[in-house]
Write a protein that binds this ligand. Structure first.
Ligand SMILES: C[S@@+](CC[C@H](N)C(=O)[O-])C[C@H]1O[C@@H](n2cnc3c(N)ncnc32)[C@H](O)[C@@H]1O
Length: 291
């Protein structure tokens, strides 16, 4: 049977420019990380985001900031719990690595970013412009669709320190793939993490929200993103229980699902300083899984 052709380029990288601009706009990234493309996408989305916020209280920008800040908090918690090696897959134009490393100048940490080749080339130019130079940081090419050899997660994880307590992060990646593809990646990731002293995976996922009061409008937003990326952006699972079961079914020994609203309400985590909270429930979940 003919194998499907795997490309190392993706229209999904466009959305990395969009979120990159959001992070810059809220001073979470240096301005050099923004692009004209990101700015254009950001300002074209303003009217729709304003309207959905004013009418139904759903604000994409607020949710992106909630996501980014909550993941920061959880990464910091993981470091406090002993993680010394972080691998952020599909890192795009996020400056989390810079924030974490500059915030812990004397910490024995390794931070590896990984993304498709074009995004890596773009990011390297920006890092050079920022004069960012930290021996603990590196950026490599990776394509989660490749199951072996160059660019595969398997090869990446074989070439890092397996005796270090390790955290894999993906942000803004999972819902760009059909369920069977992303579950395939999770299964390979869980397997590749088994030899590690400790292997954790932290990511966000956007489930189907049939019981949300404004579900039809939310599905409309999903269609707009599909138009930009010229591909389907499927929502996965309908409950926290299903998400947990899926991760454990893929080979992770334990998974827990965090509802950002309760995480913030419980005050167990600091709220994003921007306090761009919505008046309706947030639409994504954060998952912590251990291999
Ligand atoms: C929505 S952006 C998120 C970027 C960043 N994590 C953030 O939150 O700003 C999606 C990222 O996934 C990357 N990506 C898309 N397909 C990929 C693949 N097959 N393997 C690895 N990365 C991929 C894109 O290049 C892009 O940087």
């Amino acid at each position: 049977m003919k194998r499907p052709v795997i490309k190392d380029q993706s229209p999904v990288s466009l959305t990395g420019h969009f979120t990159g601009y959001v992070w810059c706009n809220h001073h979470l990234s240096p301005t050099s990380f923004s692009s004209i493309l990101g700015k254009l996408m950001y300002y074209s989305s303003r009217p729709a985001d304003w309207l959905s916020n004013a009418t139904i209280g759903v604000n994409l920008e607020a949710m992106l900031l909630q996501r980014h800040c909550l993941l920061d908090e959880l990464v910091n918690q993981a470091i406090d719990d002993g993680v010394t090696q972080i691998i952020e897959v599909a890192s795009g134009l996020s400056a989390r690595s810079l924030r974490i490393l500059t915030g812990r100048p004397n910490h024995k940490l390794t931070y590896i970013e990984a993304d498709l080749p074009d995004m890596v080339a773009w990011k390297k130019k920006r890092l050079k412009k920022e004069l960012f130079d930290d021996d603990r940081f590196s950026i490599v090419e990776c394509n989660i669709l490749r199951q072996e050899g160059e660019l595969s997660i398997e090869q990446l994880l074989q070439n890092v320190n397996q005796t270090a307590k390790t955290l894999i992060i993906t942000e803004g990646l999972v819902n760009y793939f059909p369920l069977d593809v992303i579950e395939g990646f999770w299964t390979r990731l869980a397997y590749a993490l088994k030899p590690f002293k400790e292997g954790h995976y932290l990511f966000e996922i956007w489930p189907k929200v049939p019981d949300h009061p404004f579900a039809p409008i939310i599905f409309g937003t999903q269609k707009v993103i599909e138009l930009i990326t010229r591909q389907e952006v499927p929502l996965h699972y309908t409950s926290n229980r299903q998400i947990k079961a899926a991760l454990e079914g893929c080979g992770f020994s334990h998974a827990s699902v965090i509802d950002p609203d309760s995480a913030f309400n419980a005050n167990s985590l600091q709220e994003p300083k921007h306090r761009l909270k919505m008046s309706t429930p947030t639409l994504f979940r954060v998952v912590k899984a251990t291999a």
